[in-house]
Design a protein around this ligand. Sequence first.
Ligand code: AMP
Ligand code: MG
Length: 521
Amino acid sequence: MKLHLNNTFNKELPADKVIENTRRQVLDACFSYVTPKKTANPSLIHVSEEMLVELGLTKDDAKTNKFLSIFTGNEVLENTHPYAMCYGGHQFGNWAGQLGDGRAINLFEVAHSNKQWAVQLKGAGETPYSRTADGLAVLRSSIREYLCSEAMHHLGVPTTRALSLSLSGDEVLRDVLYNGNRAYEKGAIVSRTAPSFIRFGSFEILSARQNHTALQQLTDYTINHFYPEITSTGKQKYLDFLTKVRDNTIEMIVHWQRVGFVHGVMNTDNMSVLGLTIDYGPYGWLEGFDFGWTPNTTDAQHKRYRFGNQSYIGLWNLFKLANALYPLIEEAEPLQHILDGYNSLFKEQYETMMKSKLGLIQNNDTDSELIGRLEETLHLIETDMTIFFRNLSNITKEDSISIAIKKITEAFYNPLELKDEIKKHWETWLTQYIDRLQQETQTNEQRKQHMDGVNPKYVLRNYMAQLAIDDANKGDYNLIEEFYQLLKQPYSEQPQHHKWFAKRPEWARNKVGCSMLSCSS
Ligand code: AMP
Ligand code: MG
């Protein structure tokens, strides 16, 4: 197994001087050295072939004992120095102080094909940042992270990636619903990758502690390695950095809205400074299109991280990042100016994205109204987002309203509700949509092709992940492989997999893991 190691983070940034693995406040450092925990009986469940290639590894490499030992933390590769990163964060709107990698351990960085990858284990044991928890992860949450991060990548959504999913062979105690019912579950380890796992909270903690030297070091490091296009100097460099992070954050969230992804815990410690979807916890996929939906039961009361609020939270989090960067700039006005640009940029990109979902290319002043009315109409009866947009591309300029309605009826959870006022609303919207299509120069076929490239046919529906989890807990990993293969081509018809192009079954409506997820993982 040959990896081209190229460590930068633990070479260029200040390390914690304490090397004992004790839980504590880690001052004046960006990370702490830590050795992953040895596991009882590790075994590999799945490997991402695409990610192997990205790292310069082969399928044969993945079959070796060495691969298993390294990517479950049982062996530390020679000349590498694993570490946990120090960060803080705002959780559900409140400053939480130091958080850090409580159960993630960075192994090393790899350079391959002009790309840089940090490789990290999640669930490989405690670190100085573990606070009151055990540093471990269970199979259920590991499957969710593993499958979803690769699926998001293939959907074209900026995301951290996953390389492997393994069982540790250890048992892990968890209280899934935080109601006092603790039980042992299978422990698991995901190896995941990204150019970097630096978060908004990485800057916040240094700023909160008024460690401006380290803050500047971290910011310079981030710019040098991940924003090399920034060539300005002095304060302008840091302003340009915030602008780039703003733009990448907008791009990421617009993609989430496009595919119906709800992150679930957009705390600032879960916001990548590269604009990557990071930390797959109680995330979920929209079934019925609903701006008010959140999969996270921990957030059920205020629904801070609901689907329709993700854009606002992106801005809220950028405010916290701007505050953290303030000591490097010492002027509020230019920072404010960057943040002031957020809403109009978001709106513009959101509208462009929605137009692409509707197959509209030409400019038309009434398009934002058409989009707004569609969003209202989608809330009138439970309408499956994925099926609706996918089937919408079958509508032609020549269709009558009754034909058009037939083409989207499959998306309604209860088609009998489509009557009276609600039916009228749908008819009105479809009439306007078909009218609007007349202004497009593309043929019906061309439009369908464009639309099918932005409206996925297959996403990792919440109940699908749960089916894969239920089987895996019994030792059957076939569904993991099936979904992994299926979700590599989310925009392709794949008729052999057609059964996964279906509304959530009724049994899954209120089932734990399908519609209700907690942060317990
Ligand atoms: P999350 O919201 O899951 O991203 O986690 C918030 C914080 O809790 C981070 O600092 C995590 O590292 C930490 N954390 C979550 N689960 C565990 C665990 N099982 N052991 C140690 N730390 C954890
Ligand atoms: Mg996190």
